[in-house]
Write a protein that binds this ligand. Structure first.
Ligand code: M6R
Length: 607
């Protein structure tokens, strides 16, 4: 899950490569590098840490050349050292790579037998050395690349540049996305269309196993058998506001603040003007023909699925199975007739989710997806894609994508409930009217920020934290714990409130903050009983509830955060806000890197 870019340009490419890498930094920021062909020779500049270090280096050591490739790294094989930083280069070949070459040890051993040694710990250097090896045996660059990729197992998006070949770049993909951008007398490649947006909006996505030989005037794509294939270019709409923080200190803060707007846009895209129905794209889905739903996703998207399980089961009477995509894909679950599969992914490129989707597609299931990137692999491989209209999400910690995912999933569950005769047309209309009121209520709830900031300043002193919730609040508690740990590095766990007494209650002492999520719904009294058990053992409770819940249960709690009243089915979407604010302001207090937390990347395209 690195980002790669390549340009055969008319002008000097180093500044444009760096600009494109900036747009790919969400994929990894352990190190970055570029290589160009200049006066027939390959040359590179590399720096560890964030892209800004590479930019600084280029000020002192500029790199000339009108053909170049670049890379921003999320380390898999080998520590984030300069030696392991891409591009990897041999005498005649420079390579950048996103993915994992699973058989690199065998390939290394084969190369060693031929007397070829490695300088780095990476799997990518093996690719460069293999291509060089074939060139040394007399292969053309294109043949060398084809022979190289034929030996690779695992996932890759690769871009190659060659000494003495200023008008040649070769790209190949399997398991990792890669787009070709079409310019005027120029050609580009990138891990996604966002990277290429300043240069072009005409893009061709390579398909599995494709290899593309590019010059400034020709593009030849072949499939794994070497047969020329035609891939159709598309015109892409890319969010112009992508790298603008709009006056916020962090992208995460901007993205939290955008939620009333983007949730509103998502609702407007699906709910009929008179709130009588939910319009799905294309032919939609016939929920009367489905008797089970399988969902698999990762991270925050997994928690969106877990929330949807409650909605689909309670509202529509539709049994739902939810699993981590990384478990699902290797569990080989039996799939019965009448099962539809639904995958949720902000990026639409998460490797485990894509693999789970492909497993289900191989069983001839109908494949549905909810994604923020309509051109993504997951969207393209689905029978029906439901977009979320969150706009580009840059902060590594997902916020607005989560609440928009929840919005679409709730609408889908209501659609299913109506289609399956579980709710009347009148109830559907009432529910949809409540959904349409959500952006305004969410906006009103933004006023809790100052209060949450002051709580966070105290929370930042803690080493651990617990989150509790029941029913619809359980997945939101899980999401709250994930948000807190990923950006503030405070150890946080979430439990279903009723589970606490079966073990985790042993963790409670005066130092343990416990966030209790409890709107005054049917389960409120049960959760409050669990909260009392925490307080009886000295735990410091932060109660997140509505006015009625606060009036009845806030005695003795350390802090109470009060949210506006809302239809209980909508509480997961609204209650995501305080846990986002808690994590954000705790991280800001601690001074961590909010938008690019350590060890993480936005899009996880390796397993
Ligand atoms: O792009 P996806 O929604 O498929 O990504 C899934 C997870 O990697 C993602 O939600 C991750 O957990 C976020 N960092 C959470 O904030």
């Amino acid at each position: 899950m690195c980002g790669i870019v390549g340009i055969l340009g008319k002008h000097e490419v180093a500044p444009t490569l760096v600009e494109a890498l900036k747009r790919l930094e969400y994929r990894g920021y352990d190190s970055a590098g570029i290589a160009t062909v200049n006066d027939g020779a390959l040359e590179r500049r590399r720096a560890i840490g964030k892209l800004v270090n590479l930019s600084d280096l280029l000020v002192h050591q500029p790199l000339a050349g009108k053909s170049g490739i670049g890379h921003t790294r999320w380390a898999t094989h080998g520590a984030p050292t300069l030696t392991n930083t891409h591009p990897h280069q041999t005498r005649r070949v420079a390579v950048v790579h996103n993915g994992i070459i699973e058989n690199y040890r065998e390939l290394r051993a084969d190369l060693a037998q031929a007397g070829i040694t490695h300088q780095t710990e990476t799997d990518t250097e093996t690719v460069a050395l293999l291509a060089q090896h074939y060139i040394d045996q007399g292969a053309t660059p294109a043949d060398a690349v084809r022979r190289t990729v034929a030996r690779l197992e695992g996932a890759y998006a690769l871009a190659f540049l060659f000494e003495d070949e200023p008008d040649l770049m070769i790209a190949a993909r399997k398991g990792s996305p890669l787009a070709i951008g079409h310019g005027d007398g120029e050609v580009y490649i990138g891990s996604d269309a966002i990277a290429l947006a300043p240069m072009t909006n005409r893009v061709t996505y390579l398909e599995e196993g494709d290899c593309a030989v590019l010059t400034r005037s020709t593009i030849t794509i072949t499939d794994p058998a070497g047969t020329p294939v035609v891939r159709t270019p598309r015109t892409i709409r890319v969010d112009a506001a992508l790298i603008d923080k709009a006056g916020h200190k962090h992208f995460m803060s901007k993205e939290i603040a955008q939620q009333p707007t983007v949730i509103g846009e998502t609702i407007a895209a699906y709910v009929a003007a008179d709130a009588s129905d939910i319009n799905l794209p294309g032919e939609g889905i016939d929920f009367t023909k489905i008797n089970r739903l399988t969902m698999a996703s990762c991270g925050t998207a997994y928690y969106a699925c877990l929330t949807a399980k409650y909605w689909f089961e309670q509202l529509a009477g539709l049994p739902v199975e939810v699993d981590f995509a990384s478990e699902f894909r290797y569990r080989t679950p039996p799939i019965s007739d009448g099962t539809a599969a639904l995958f949720v992914s902000q990026s639409g490129e998460t490797a485990d989710t894509l693999a789970a989707l492909r497993y289900c597609a191989g069983k001839a299931q109908s494949i549905l997806s909810v994604t923020n990137v309509p051109e993504s692999s997951i969207a393209r491989e689905s029978d029906l894609t439901l977009p979320i209209y969150a706009g580009a999400e840059i902060g590594v910690a997902s916020t607005k994508a989560f609440t928009c995912q929840l919005t679409v999933l709730l609408l889908l569950a209501l659609k299913a409930a109506h289609a399956r005769g579980r709710i009347s047309s009148q109830t559907l209309q009432e529910k949809l009217t409540a959904v349409r009121g959500l952006p305004a209520i969410f906006n009103q709830a933004m006023s809790i920020e100052d209060h949450v900031r002051s709580i966070s300043q105290r929370l930042a002193e803690s080493r651990d934290a617990l989150f509790l919730g029941r029913g619809l609040m359980f997945p939101i508690a899980l999401e709250g714990a994930l948000k807190l740990k990923e950006i503030s590095y405070i150890h946080a766990e979430a439990y279903a409130s009723g589970e606490l007494k079966h073990g985790p209650i042993a963790l409670i002492d005066e130092k343990m903050p416990v966030v209790v999520m409890a709107p005054r719904d049917a389960l409120f009294d049960k959760t409050v009983s669990n909260m009392q058990e925490v307080m009886a053992r000295g735990g410091k409770v932060i109660l997140i509830t509505d006015q009625s819940g606060a009036t009845s249960a806030s005695e003795g709690v350390w802090q109470t955060i009060i949210l506006p009243d809302i239809d209980f089915d909508l509480t997961p979407i609204l209650y995501a806000l305080p846990v986002q604010f808690l994590a954000y302001h705790t991280a800001v207090t601690k001074g961590t890197d909010v938008d690019q937390p350590r060890n993480l990347a936005k899009s996880v395209t390796v397993e």
